[in-house]
Design a protein around this ligand. Structure first.
Ligand code: C2E
Ligand code: CA
Ligand code: CA
Length: 752
């Protein structure tokens, strides 16, 4: 653009310059021409003066001596190189001429008068078809008697001479616009003023004038005026101008070419690396942090930018990897986290190749945390993770799930039994662990599944391993394999829990109580019943309490259930008491009831509501439940005992608690578990256990109940052993309250 503007401006200014120069040279030419005519005028004046002052000539004019006049005119004319010498009378009538056969017609005579009227001044005039510059002076003797006219011919020689002087062409035209004389030679065209002003030369897409003209005022006659044209032939100017334009154009084009080349070069150096940067950032956005080494040459700035970009990519890559690592791994141990391990499992377990999935939970880890502090706990987890890694073999993979649960995926080697592999794994894992100068002997619960036997997809295997671990914890087993069907049972469990929750809310008779009598062997009377819950679901049918009670315990709704039982049983007792039947009722209590802060208050409120004294109520707590939360359980039991409730240890004998421990518990009664009683008559070992339990119980001041009595022989044995109460199918199955009352009536009647 710049060069186009410069070029345009150059064109315009040089053409302006040309015009000015042209005008100046025309001015100069005009001056020169005027100078020239003045000079000529002076010459003519001098010649005419000399002539008119010549005494002999004057005399010849006076005497009209034609011969003398003619020879004087000729001589003088030759002396000053004049082309025409005339002598006229005062009226302009020709008297004599230096030229032979020179005549004037009347029109020319009239014209001459102009000259005569203005003596001493030159005029241009055509005489006898020739243009002259003429001057007239009067011949005085002493009054004017005639006129002497002197003149130079204006012919092509003069025109050429003028051209050399002025530098311009000069043309004289008559009143008919035909040329008289001119320095211009036209070969084909007729030279006219018209021609000079209108001739044009074609140029580029248009045309331009061939000449620049100026018509100059000269003294001439009005009848036949002479036109004088100064003409500049523009073709040479055009030539110069055109060559100047050409060079400007060439230079401008060159500049443009160079500019285009340079910008192309710049663009190449700039845009190619920029495109590469664009590619790079596109790759970045796809998460490919490739380090593109650029092969193109680039400027310092671009290459710095390129480096910065690459560096940025590397940094993002590193950081993304870090984030990815953190999102996939457990920050504490560096093992996989739960989410990722699920993926690992599903990636690994694909082709049916046998694998073990072992879930490990550290026993009593929360205690360890409480006692030694979280830091030691964390170090312990780390050390354990390191140990897992250290004894890993080919293809072993590990994860830490939440807290203290680890998960290991182990390919089973052919001919090595799963059991052996698990044993080896646990032996290595259970070796004393050094943590911060402490030596810890950790114990574990493990849940184990075998792929593909226990499930052929990763999700199922994972779930079932966790189920197995759950059972390991519940049953306190160091090694627990998953059993087929357990998951399905769990699912059923869930639906049962929902139904139970609903049954409790509705209280529409699905839930009701049965009562199983207890016989006092000392008095022979039925003085107690055990209240046992029953549930008949409209669709599921009869659901065994063995099942739904344990589910209720697992899900925490046992507390509401126990509250319902207490309310129902106490209402029943109150009913019975109103009928005059004063009988003890035993209510089964779960561990979670004991540890619930509102339990005692609920119980108290129920006794007040139904006006039942605690002395009619026995609370049956299993041996295992008692041992779970000893301190709190003991505190509550002491309180309850003080209030007058009877505390009974249910299922005694299967919980492996020592009698020494039992001694510290505030209990009143031992209920020997039915597994020792049901076949008492036929099992000697049961007899030994039962008899020693009865005597030990008595020694501790406890009353002893045998439950699960199914035959008469066992009854006799128990009587002999000094057992206090018996309960069992032999006496009666658990019954609804009306059935029980009926049964009680007939029993009392039978035994009276
Ligand atoms: P448990 O407390 O040991 O109750 C005694 C279980 O033994 C009752 O089973 C009873 O029907 C059964 N039984 C009684 N005599 C005999 C016999 O001679 N032979 C045999 N084979 N069994 C006999 P039930 O009613 O199915 O209850 C099972 C368990 O459910 C109970 O065991 C108790 O732990 C729990 N349970 C029942 N009702 C309640 C309740 O209201 N609250 C709580 N927390 N648990 C309850
Ligand atoms: Ca019981
Ligand atoms: Ca029992």
């Amino acid at each position: 653009m710049t060069s186009v503007v410069i070029q345009g401006w150059s064109w315009w200014s040089s053409s302006q310059f040309n015009k000015r120069q042209l005008a100046e040279s025309i001015n100069n030419a005009q001056n020169v021409f005027e100078q020239y005519t003045k000079e000529k005028e002076k010459l003519l004046t001098t010649a005419a003066r000399v002539l008119t002052a010549d005494f002999g000539f004057k005399q010849a004019v006076t005497t009209k001596d034609a011969e003398t006049i003619a020879s004087v005119l000729l001589n003088h004319g030759q002396r000053i190189d004049a082309d025409l010498m005339l002598l006229t009378d005062l009226e302009g009538q020709l008297i004599s001429s230096s030229l032979l056969e020179f005549n004037l017609d009347s029109a020319q005579t009239t014209s001459l008068k102009v000259l005569l009227n203005d003596p001493g001044k030159t005029h241009f005039m055509i005489l006898q078809n020739t243009l002259y510059q003429l001057l007239a002076l009067s011949v005085n003797a002493p009054r004017p008697i005639a006129y002497a006219i002197v003149g130079f011919e204006i012919n092509s020689v003069v025109a050429d001479e003028l051209k050399t002087l002025t530098g311009l062409d000069i043309s004289f035209f008559n009143d008919m616009d035909s040329v008289i004389t001119s320095s211009i030679n036209t070969t084909n065209d007729i030279l006219t003023p018209q021609y000079l002003t209108s001739k044009s030369l074609s140029w580029l897409f248009g045309s331009r004038p061939a000449f620049d003209n100026r018509q100059i005022e000269i003294d001439t006659t009005t009848e036949h005026p002479i036109k004088l044209f100064l003409t500049a032939d523009l073709s040479s100017t055009y030539e110069e101008y055109d060559s100047l334009l050409l060079s400007i154009t060439v230079i401008a084009s060159l500049i443009m070419l160079v500019a285009i080349l340079l910008s192309g070069l710049f663009a190449k150096n700039l845009t190619k690396p920029l495109y590469q940067l664009v590619d790079l950032s596109k790759a970045f956005s796809k998460g490919q942090y490739v380090n593109i080494a650029s092969d193109t040459k680039m400027s310092q700035e671009i290459s710095t930018l390129f480096d910065a970009f690459s560096e940025m990519g590397q940094a993002i890559d590193t950081r993304e990897n870090q984030i990815l690592y953190q999102s996939q791994h457990d920050t504490l141990t560096g093992l996989y986290n739960r989410h990722t391990f699920r993926q690992v499992i599903s990636n690994t377990l694909i082709n049916g190749k046998q694998h073990l999935l072992i879930a490990v939970n550290i026993r009593g880890f929360s205690n360890l945390n409480d006692i030694l502090g979280i830091q030691i706990g964390d170090q312990c987890l780390k050390a354990l993770a390191q140990r897992l890694i250290d004894f890993s073999k080919d293809g072993w993979q590990h994860a830490r799930l939440d807290g203290d649960v680890f998960l290991s995926l182990i390919p089973l080697v052919e001919n090595v039994h799963a059991d052996r592999c698990v044993q080896e794994f646990l032996t290595r894992l259970a070796k004393p662990l050094k943590v911060d100068s402490l030596e810890l002997n950790l114990k574990f619960w493990t849940g184990i599944t075998i792929y593909p036997q226990d499930g052929d997809d990763a999700k199922a295997i994972f779930r079932r391993t966790m189920i197995a671990l759950d059972y390991a914890e519940k049953d306190n087993k160091p090694i627990r394999y998953y059993h087929t069907g357990e998951e399905e049972a769990r699912l059923q469990h869930l639906s049962i829990i929902e139904a139970l929750r609903l049954a409790l809310i509705l209280d529409d008779g699905q839930l009701y109580m049965n009562y199983q009598p207890k016989l006092n062997l000392k008095t022979g009377k039925i003085d107690k019943v055990e209240a046992l819950i029953r549930w008949k679901h409209p669709e599921l049918g009869f659901v065994s309490p063995e099942i739904f009670i344990s589910y209720a315990e697992q899900t925490g709704i046992i507390f509401d259930l126990t509250a319902w039982v207490i309310d129902t049983v106490l209402k029943q007792l109150s009913d019975w008491q109103q009928k005059g039947i004063f009988i003890d009722a035993a209510i089964n209590i779960s561990a979670q009831d004991i540890s619930h802060p509102d339990f005692h208050m609920n119980l108290k409120e129920a006794t007040i509501k139904h006006q039942i004294s605690p002395k009619y109520i026995t609370l049956e707590v299993t041996e295992r439940d008692l041992m779970q939360d000893e301190v709190q359980a003991i505190a509550l039991l002491i309180e309850l005992k003080e209030r007058g409730y009877t505390i009974s240890v249910d299922d005694y004998g299967i919980g492996q608690s020592s009698l020494a421990k039992l001694k510290q518990l505030p209990v009143d009664e031992l209920k020997i578990d039915k597994s020792f009683i049901m076949e008492l008559n036929s099992s000697e070992s049961d007899q030994i256990i039962v008899s020693s339990t009865i005597s030990l119980g008595h020694r501790l001041g406890l009353s002893v109940v045998a439950e699960g009595l199914e035959n008469n022989e066992s009854l006799d044995i128990l009587k002999n052993m000094g057992c206090d109460h018996i309960q069992g199918y032999f006496l009666s199955r658990p019954m609804a309250s009306e059935a029980f009352i009926e049964w009680l009536g007939s029993y009392n009647h039978k035994n009276v």
